[in-house]
Design a protein around this ligand. Structure first.
Ligand code: BG6
Length: 504
């Protein structure tokens, strides 16, 4: 996050080299970092996976990925030729010793050519059940270097529950030091998410208001129009709570809830985030009944096309009890936030794709305007729109121009599009550059992951042990189950949305 150019020659070893993540995200990110001059001139990418491919076939596969998914569009001939020279492929079976002995030989050859500053980054873009085996083999075949020259990146899901997350942390801790482990949460690399820290801590007017005395409630809403698509196999064993709340949404909540760090050090910032997770009120069975809602989508129509219900998606159990929607009311039990609800919701096949954080401030303490002056009275709101619109808006009451005193709400807007011309980097560009420059600020530390699991486990266990009799309980293209509206309406509020361009 504090990144500048990476000066050290870098060797990326990508396990799962032919997978979707590499094609859609990693390869385009490394390609763009290189084209934009953020990489050392000496670098290599070794992709490895089961498929039998030559170096050239792998290069062509990556080019296809970059052409289809890079924010910068199709590759440019010169840049591509320079990049492709540094790309290698090694077909592998992670249970075969040769995979690792061959890999070691390739890495050593490259290191020799790159000199003593060369560093190796292992990226585990594979199914989570392979994390332990690969990590153990890296150790067994002597592929783990020092804190200075060797790092490992682990994709989510980090564990399936608290116990498995602890087990994985323990296993990794026996192989790498915590400083070498980069647990990725791609939300933390998003430009607008990184800006939350800047907005909160680089401006003086907010801090006096940022507490229970002035804020009435907070909402974090991450809604998606898409269904599970071809990820049914993974998703059916996961669900919205594990897939989105345990990681991305709780991380957003930490950024809103954290105390002011004393400096910008990775551990200082992560300490402050862990404090939020530790202060969050544990859920009792009664809280789960009253303050959480789960949902599952049924079939419906999206943009004129009929879409299947969750239970008939590919690789999904036709009687599935997995939630595709989750909402909850959290509390952070500390001086700053005591009694202030944090409502969160997320789901698939919803009406809009949008990620919004809304801070609703308390109403004015005394109304001086006569009844009827305000056409529409609304408390102040700060809305941080993470995507698709990238903006921060402050909603205030203003006088409408005219001879009469008429008040209505208006938005003061900071909109990325209107303010900056440069294109924002993709989250994976930011995060991969952080890994190369050894900055762990935007990565999850072992205790962060475990605290987040600890918080959600009572809900996970309760939902898994009680089959929902109401599933499916919301149609595709809706805002989710009615109970989610009731959850927030009971406290006198409603879910806030922005009129977005992709819908009316
Ligand atoms: C992933 C989840 O971590 O985040 C997906 O596994 C979800 O289910 C995705 O769709 C959302 O990410 P983004 O960046 O598209 O908001």
């Amino acid at each position: 996050m504090k990144t500048s150019k990476c000066l050290n020659p870098t060797i990326f070893v990508i396990f799962g080299g032919t997978g979707d993540l590499n094609l859609r995200k990693l390869a385009p990110a490394i390609y763009n970092l290189n084209s934009d001059g953020f990489m050392s001139k000496e670098y290599a990418i070794i992709g490895t996976a089961r498929k039998k491919l030559t170096d050239d076939e792998f290069r062509t596969t990556l080019m296809g990925g970059i052409n289809s998914f890079s924010r910068a569009g199709k590759v440019k001939k010169d840049q591509w030729e320079e990049f492709a020279k540094n790309v290698y492929y090694s077909s592998s079976d992670v249970s075969a010793p040769e995979t690792f002995t061959d890999l070691k030989a390739s890495i050593e050859k490259l290191k020799k050519a790159f000199g003593p500053k060369a560093q190796v980054i292992y990226y585990l873009a594979v199914a989570p059940n392979l994390f332990p085996l690969i990590a153990e083999c890296l150790q067994k075949y002597d592929l783990v270097g020092t804190e200075e020259d060797c790092r490992v990146v682990i994709e989510k899901p980090f564990g399936h529950d608290l116990e498995s997350a602890k087990e994985l942390n323990k296993l990794l801790a026996g192989i790498f030091s915590e400083k070498q482990i980069y647990r990725i949460d791609h939300y933390l690399g998003k430009e607008t998410v990184q800006n939350i820290m800047a907005f909160r801590f680089a401006n003086s007017f907010l801090e006096p208001l940022w507490n229970r005395n002035h804020i009435e409630h907070v909402q974090i809403s991450v809604t998606e129009q898409l269904g599970v698509g071809d990820r049914g196999g993974y998703y059916d064993g996961s669900g919205a709570l594990r897939d989105m709340i345990q990681n991305h949404i709780l991380q957003l909540l930490c950024l809103i809830g954290m105390e002011t760090p004393i400096n910008f050090d990775a551990d200082e910032i992560r300490n402050k985030k862990v404090d939020v997770l530790k202060a969050m009120r544990p859920f009792s069975p009664e809280d789960i009944r009253l303050s959480t809602v789960r949902g599952q989508y049924s079939k419906g129509w999206v943009e004129g096309k009929e879409v299947p219900g969750y239970r008939t998606e590919k690789d999904v159990n036709p009687q599935s009890n997995t939630e595709t929607f989750a909402a909850a009311k959290f509390f952070v039990d500390n001086w700053r936030w005591q009694g202030i609800p944090f409502y969160v919701r997320t789901g698939k096949r919803l009406f809009q794709t949008s990620s919004l954080i809304t801070i609703q401030f308390k109403d004015v303490p005394h109304q001086i305007f006569p009844a009827g002056v305000a056409e529409h009275w609304q408390q102040n709101r700060l809305i941080i729109s993470i995507q698709p619109e990238m903006s921060i808006r402050l909603q205030v009451q203003a006088k409408r121009p005219g001879l009469d005193m008429v008040l209505n709400p208006v938005d003061m807007v900071f909109d990325y599009k209107g303010t900056y011309t440069a294109q924002a980097p993709e989250a994976y560009e930011t995060l991969l550059l952080d890994v190369m420059t050894a900055d762990q600020t935007q990565f999850m530390r072992a205790d962060q992951v475990e605290s987040a699991w600890e918080l959600v486990m009572p809900i996970v266990n309760s939902w898994e042990s009680k089959t929902s009799l109401s599933f499916p309980n919301y149609p595709a293209d809706s805002w989710g189950p009615e109970d989610a509206e009731a959850l927030i309406a009971r406290d006198g509020f409603h879910w806030f949305t922005l009129p977005l361009k992709n819908k009316d």
